[in-house]
Design a protein around this ligand. Sequence first.
Ligand code: FES
Ligand SMILES: [Fe+2]
Length: 383
Amino acid sequence: MLTTDESIDLARRAVAHFCAQTTDQAPDTMRLAAETYTDPERYRREVDRIFRQLPVALALGVELPAPKTYRAMTVMNVPVVLVRAEDGVVRAFLNVCRHRGAQLCKAGEGKLQRFVCPYHAWQYDLKGTLKGRYGEATFGKVGPDTHSLTELPCAERHGVIWVCLTPGEPFDIDRWLGDIGPKLEEMKLGSWHLHSQRELDGPGWKVAWDGYLESYHHTTVHPLTVGRYTIGNLTLHDTFGPHQRIVFARRTLEALKVTPEAEWDAEAHIRRIHLVFPNLAISGVIGGHCLVSQMFPGATPSSSVTRQTILCAHAPTSDEERKLTEEFSETALRAVRDEDYVVGAGVQQSLDSGMVTSFTIGRNEPAIQHFHATLAQFNTEQR
Ligand code: FES
Ligand SMILES: [Fe+2]
């Protein structure tokens, strides 16, 4: 396992908290009005200003493993296709034919030489340029300048494909990620093995997301899954502009109390979770397994869809490794679908009753506080 100065530093911070039974804290508690979660106007603004205008992680680079591979998906009602062209560059397009709007690729993944529309067979190359039309002479005059695919701003960086869902809103991904960029780079996501992916329905996106940001609930909600491996209510918290990193300590950390630092395999005792605003969580043990979660608002303020991706450091080569990966995947599924989102559904129901006025976020939940403070900025900013 890879041990760096930083992992030793993080493990040292975690051991100090473990011994003192403390955790990183915000300066004060925070009150959040119930409307934060329920107001339809606020939800609409978040979809429009945040999810449709910021660079959002739509896929991992490993999901498009070679030239001429694609992934099509509908993200908050927008049909999108990502394609790695012959030049190795990933581009994003609206998955919409410029003739009369048929979707070019079915949702899912595959290989292709060209986009061929299933309706009237217009063809586009992998850079989106209109290349040919069936019955061209009979149709009338249109050309690639006006009828090529609609491109969405897109960048592949640190093993993640970032897309802005508004055409013509370019972004500088390095600037947006800032100091969390190098931290993501350390995860080397581009070289992990893709084990499995699934989508989970959940409560409203902020109710669901709050649960990714603290370990306060681990012992109570996850005694047989996540809580078996992590120490509840011990979180390290660092911010990078709107983005954050939290670190949970694994239960094995206790051994470090009696081990000289020079012998520490520090990385093995911590779990880093990188949280890229607004909706990406990369939770991994370097050299082990990794859970990537992408959270998207659902059709209403009360629902969400989570895309869960399970990665392992390399393709399993033995039955033992396959079993470990399968166990990790199963734990992630059970912890989120059967534990977090069951509690979350109850929270959502409480909110939807209209009887709740506010929530209080604890000092020991600093990442939730930072997330909502950032969200409030985007909500009030005139853009
Ligand atoms: S809608 Fe695509 S060719 Fe007609
Ligand atoms: Fe949880």
